[in-house]
Write a protein that binds this ligand. Structure first.
Ligand code: SF4
Length: 264
């Protein structure tokens, strides 16, 4: 099997067999814009087939598998936004990992980056458990939500510019739906920092005229109506960054503690 059919009992599967499927960029724009709730939006995200290269890759990975997970069923579908439905803190990554989110169906779940991220979120009071290993493991985010600007695992972790553009309306609509609650946005890595700019603008945020450079701990003050909102940059907890010490557990904790202090 190359992906889990919607509505067949996977823990947390937001879709059913009747969820409409986006087949091209225009479908993504239309189905994102007409999603009235997060439940509807995440269901539609999770069955999207608008990027032929990414659909083929995610399903091929799900069919071939990695030896360590040979006995498991892979999700093999887009990984929707996940977490609190009224988040004070929005955490933005890049894309699901081929044998992480693409296997477990939950963002940052079942891979090394997620081990670092969730451990830090737990230490800083934003996640119920220290680990996030599979959908239905009891993990829950507390006042936080995690989203990826590209929702399908890309080959070599590198989505094409056209794929980033095709997926963007899913992110824009998700931000619109949670914006009344969000006070802090944490961008994990330079791409998330960059991708958030147009997404925040189209969701109705007021942004500074020029985008400050990305850096670990960089902050930009933005507004949503009368509410001040802070965008914080954080190095991505990728294996390369954690292995080389470019990002440490303390550095992640510092960012999420800062986010929590701003979000109260
Ligand atoms: S990357 Fe986004 S737009 Fe492309 S198929 Fe996946 S969910 Fe759809």
């Amino acid at each position: 099997m190359s992906s889990v059919p919607p509505g067949t009992g996977w823990p947390g599967d937001p879709a059913t067999a009747d969820t409409p499927v986006a087949l091209d960029p225009a479908d993504v724009r239309r189905l994102a814009a007409t999603s009235g709730t997060l439940a509807e939006l995440t269901a539609r995200q999770s069955v999207c087939r608008a990027c032929p290269r990414l659909v083929a890759w995610r399903e091929e990975v799900a069919r071939v598998k990695r030896r360590a997970f040979a006995d498991e069923t892979y999700w093999g579908r887009p990984v929707p936004g996940w977490g609190d439905e009224r988040p004070r803190i929005l955490v933005v990554g890049l894309a699901p990992a081929a044998h992480g989110g693409n296997r477990t169906g939950r963002i940052f779940t079942g891979d090394r980056s997620g081990d670092w991220l969730f451990a830090s979120l737990h230490r800083t009071g934003l996640a119920a458990r220290e680990t996030s290993t599979y959908a239905g493991d009891g993990q829950a985010l507390i006042g936080a939500r995690v989203v990826a600007p590209v929702r399908c695992a890309p080959p070599a972790n590198k989505p094409e510019p056209s794929e980033k553009a095709t997926c963007l309306p899913w992110l824009e609509r998700e931000i619109e739906l949670v914006a009344p609650h969000v006070r802090v946005v944490v961008a994990l890595g330079g791409y998330a920092w960059q991708a958030m700019w147009p997404a925040l603008r189209s969701a109705g945020y007021e942004l500074p005229r020029s985008r400050p450079p990305f850096g670990h701990g960089a902050e930009a003050e933005i507004r949503y109506g009368d509410a001040p909102v802070t965008l914080i940059g954080c190095y991505h907890p990728s294996q390369q960054n954690t292995f080389t010490g470019r990002v440490t557990a303390q550095m992640l904790d510092d960012v999420f503690q800062r986010a929590r202090s701003l979000a109260v």
